[in-house]
Design a protein around this ligand. Structure first.
Ligand code: PMP
Length: 369
């Protein structure tokens, strides 16, 4: 009650008697950034309380869902665009072209709007109308094309490349093999994690799509800690990277799938290749564990996370258990559950994926769709 009264008298009176100082205070404050692009990054590092208590470690999640476009991919989107600008490939009024069905497209759409570029997106026509609508309302020109394999010239990535080649002042940002992607994490995410933990970090783990996040953060943390911080790949079913690492470099064909979106890979991308040898190991995370963690994070931490984030949290918990009490393990909370809610919290969907039984009784209340 005291503090309420104090606020009522002192703070409110101060505000009422100094209206003209408000503008000055705002414009000189440290917290203001110049436009959307500067609002990317500097996300909180959240200590997951229950999992930390359970493991006796600090299990920390980098809250990438707080980026303006809602995912970790905003950072890569900004870096590939600014890299093209620096190289003179993109000049005012130019066009960015990318093949993506997901978060990279959304990140690029925000960045391109903010910088005044046109954006063209190619994606497989198996993607939901919701994704197409969102990209279009963010100003992108969207081409859904037949979903064919990468070695087919009509694959969406090749169509994106050819579209960019056919235009003047246009760039194919090529997120998988354009290393400006990993550079985003070497220059921003890695240093942020190092600073936020004050260097008190023992291990890092996360999944990969393009590999930019894992490779870039691993590179920075290994350098900053003289190799002390361990780093582990977390891999979903249907990805070849876990077996590639475990077998010492044998690439198998992709088989099976996962409920996770945006992660899992069939090859070693240019973003991942330079840092693959820096990894200390890899973990395979089954969908049963991932879906349970989606529900646990919601129930225990109030975090509404997509499946790739939940997979990362499972991996962080397993690494913490492996290292033992007293360690600090960091992972990435890539995006929120918003775009996936109609699946992750649907009884019918869980049943078709054979995952209904993976939800413990006390969490069934979240199956509301
Ligand atoms: N999670 C989600 C939801 C994503 O969209 C992506 C990007 N495809 C990733 C994780 C993986 O990030 P990266 O491309 O940096 O490996």
């Amino acid at each position: 009650r005291q503090s309420i009264r104090r606020f009522g008298t002192t703070a409110l009176r101060a505000a009422a008697t100094e209206p003209s100082s408000y503008t000055t205070r705002v414009s000189t404050a440290q917290g203001i950034v110049n436009g959307l692009t500067e609002a990317i990054g500097n996300t909180p590092l959240i200590r997951l309380k229950r999992l930390s208590d359970e493991t006796g470690c600090n299990v920390l999640g980098k809250a990438e869902f707080q980026n303006p476009g809602g995912s970790v991919k905003d950072r890569a989107a900004l870096f590939v665009v600014e890299d093209a600008e620096k190289k003179g490939l993109l000049r005012p009024g130019g066009t960015v072209v990318e093949g993506t069905a997901g978060n990279t497209g959304i990140g690029l759409a925000h960045v391109c709007r903010s910088k005044g570029y046109k954006l063209v997106i190619y994606m497989p026509n198996t993607q939901s109308q919701g994704k197409i609508d969102l990209l279009r309302l963010l100003g992108a020109e969207v081409y859904p094309v037949p979903a064919v394999a990468f070695d087919n010239p009509d694959n969406y990535n090749h169509q994106a490349r050819r579209h960019a080649e056919s235009l003047d002042n246009a760039v194919w940002t090529n997120q998988f093999d354009n290393t400006a992607n990993r550079q985003a994490h070497i220059e921003t995410t890695g240093p942020e994690i190092w600073a936020q933990t004050g260097g008190k970090i023992d291990a890092f783990t996360c999944a990969t799509g393009t590999g930019g996040t894992l490779a870039g953060i691993t590179r920075y943390l290994k350098t900053a800690s003289d190799g002390r911080v361990q780093s582990f790949l977390a891999d979903p079913p249907g990805s070849v990277l876990h077996s590639y690492i475990q077998s010492g470099g044998k690439l198998t064909d992709r088989s099976g799938g996962s409920i996770t979106e945006g992660i899992g890979q069939g090859r070693v991308t240019d973003n991942l290749r330079p840092d693959l040898d820096l990894l200390d190991g890899s973990l395979h995370i089954a969908d049963e564990k991932t879906i349970e963690m989606v529900y646990r994070c919601l129930d225990e931490e109030g975090l509404y996370l997509g499946a790739s984030s939940a997979l990362n949290v499972v991996a962080a918990k397993e690494v913490a258990e492996k290292l033992g009490k007293g360690h600090t393990v960091v992972t990435v909370l890539c995006d929120g559950a918003y775009r996936y809610a109609d699946r992750l919290f649907s009884n019918a969907w869980l049943q078709t994926k054979n995952l209904r039984g993976a939800i413990p009784k006390h969490l069934e209340k979240y199956i509301v769709l």
